[in-house]
Design a protein around this ligand. Structure first.
Ligand SMILES: [Zn+2]
Length: 507
């Protein structure tokens, strides 16, 4: 048991040797029964009378152990290139010292003293970026027509494997699962990123099988209150909400210290900004502000809005006025190019499909083929236009944040898609270090957590991603994740991925 620790990780040979290299307690297998968390869960058994009785099995000592590559009180990453998340140029040949989960020192490798008790990881040829702070994530996935499977356990592992150390779920279709996962991950009982867990969507009357409906400001307030009491730390409004209900949700969220975002349609971006919303999802892809015959409180159809965005003049006064309003009112905008890329002809197959169940993989491959053959699609014009609009918003001083949105017809695979989103921000026109800053520090600023996370600086939490190569020059290197540090614990992406491979779609 316990494979040899990878080359590259070596411990200083000294007397006080506090290094704890956590070996694999359970070799990763594909069987649920071999999964550490499953082992620790209560097992249902049938008793004589036919009613289930719960037999508690002993939990493993450290349920994270199967996924940990390095854990020690003091870790030094030496000779690494540092891309610090602020947008500053990369710095070569640096040393980062992690002590008790925080960044204790950083500077030129020749000058930073590495104490004798440190576990040293030689990072020559590697780079360190902050852990990604991704703002439009979900713990569910499109598993059938109008059906969203709850995949929070596998998804949290994939997010972490992809370098995501903090995420917001931008909408919840399961009720309590987002909240429980957030708690259990925070308690060290399950692997995954820190989760800002949204309440179930606050929406007006709608056709979604798994979505509640509120019909008044009071009902919206009650919804926000109830879910905050259950543990939600964030709110998201959705496409059919009325202005009155949205106002109720915004006021109640703010009264309770929560932020509220929206994927809107019935309410325009301008109206929502006036009502006090904090964030709008999907760049300008969901804006209905420019639909000429838009009726108040009615969604004219997302497609109608998208036609107007595809045709919008990014240098025209109407768009500039909307951007000015959003910037003046401090409304953040979330870029989710990854989901829209799956609808756009001629785009590459998205990464990560191999972790899906064979059925879901095949289902997405068919969707990708259909998208490629749809020459009439609005996305041919919309996708590049929406990129330019997002960039204009950022250039005007708006807070652009990043997410992936694993919905649509599938193919947006957690972790892999988060890396892809950073690549797409570079395609949008940002430099690699700017794109990394959008996907790290900007998210932290939105969450109000930038004193602790989002960039690489002394005193901050050691949420770091060690990658091969140099993403400041070649953004695709952000996919070459070697180790993901969350609060100083180094997780092995390969083990996290292997533990779910082929099963994403079931759990
Ligand atoms: Zn979403």
């Amino acid at each position: 048991m316990g494979r040899a620790v990878r080359a590259g990780v070596k411990a200083c040979t000294t007397t006080v040797f506090t290094l704890v290299l956590v070996v694999q307690a359970f070799p990763p297998t594909r069987g649920l029964e071999a999964d550490a968390l499953w082992r620790g869960a209560p097992q249902l058994q049938w008793s004589e009378g036919g009613s289930p009785a719960v037999a508690q099995q002993p939990a493993p000592a450290n349920p994270l152990a199967p996924y940990i590559k390095v854990q020690a009180p003091v870790i030094a990453l030496t000779h690494v290139r540092v891309i610090d998340g602020t947008g500053a140029p990369a710095r070569d040949d640096q040393t980062i010292v992690i002590r008790d989960g925080n960044i204790a020192a950083i500077g030129d490798a020749a000058r930073v003293a590495v104490s004798a008790d440190a576990t040293v990881i030689d990072g020559t040829g590697k780079s360190v970026v902050p852990g990604l702070v991704m703002m439009h994530e979900h713990l569910y996935y499109t598993t059938g027509p109008g059906v969203y499977g709850q995949l929070g356990v596998s998804f949290s592992r994939l997010y972490l494997a992809g370098g995501v150390t903090t995420m917001r779920t931008a909408g919840n279709l399961n009720g309590i699962m987002d909240i429980n996962l957030a708690r259990r991950i925070a308690a060290g009982e399950m692997p995954g990123p820190y989760i800002d867990a949204t309440a179930p969507y606050v929406n007006g009357p709608n056709a979604f099988l798994q979505m509640h409906a509120v019909e008044s400001a009071n009902q919206a307030r009650t919804h926000v209150q109830y879910w905050q009491e259950q543990g939600s730390t964030s709110v998201k409004a959705y496409m059919q909400i009325s202005r009155a209900s949205l106002k109720g949700a915004i006021d109640e969220a703010h009264k309770r210290g929560l932020k509220i975002t929206g994927h809107l349609c019935s309410v325009t971006y301008g109206e929502a900004a006036d009502l006090g919303i904090d964030n709008l999802e999907h760049g300008f892809f969901a804006a209905t502000d420019f639909v000429a015959d838009k009726q108040p409180d009615v969604c004219p159809g997302q497609g109608r809005g998208q036609q107007t965005i595809a045709a919008l003049d990014e240098n025209g006064e109407p768009f500039k006025a909307l951007v000015k309003k959003l910037v003046d009112k401090h409304v953040a905008l979330t870029s989710t190019l990854t989901v829209f890329e799956t609808f756009t002809a001629g785009r590459p197959m998205p990464p990560g499909l191999d972790v899906l169940t064979p059925q879901l993989k095949a289902s997405f491959e068919r969707a990708h083929e259909r998208a490629n053959q749809n020459t009439q699609s609005v996305y041919a014009a919309l996708f590049p236009k929406a990129m330019r609009l997002e960039r204009a918003f950022a250039k005007a001083g708006g807070l652009l944040i990043a997410g992936t949105d694993p919905t649509g017809a599938g193919g947006v695979v957690p972790g892999y898609a988060d890396q892809r989103q950073v690549e797409l921000l570079v395609e949008e026109g940002f430099t690699p270090v700017e794109a990394i800053s959008i996907a790290t520090l900007n998210g932290a600023k939105y969450l109000g957590r930038d004193a602790k996370i989002g960039s690489i600086a002394v005193g901050k939490q050691a949420d770091l991603v060690l990658v091969d190569g140099n993403p400041a020059a070649t953004i695709g290197d952000i996919r070459k994740v070697d180790t993901v540090f969350r609060q100083g614990i180094g997780f092995d992406p390969a083990k996290l991925i292997e533990s779910v491979k082929g099963q994403v779609g079931i759990w």
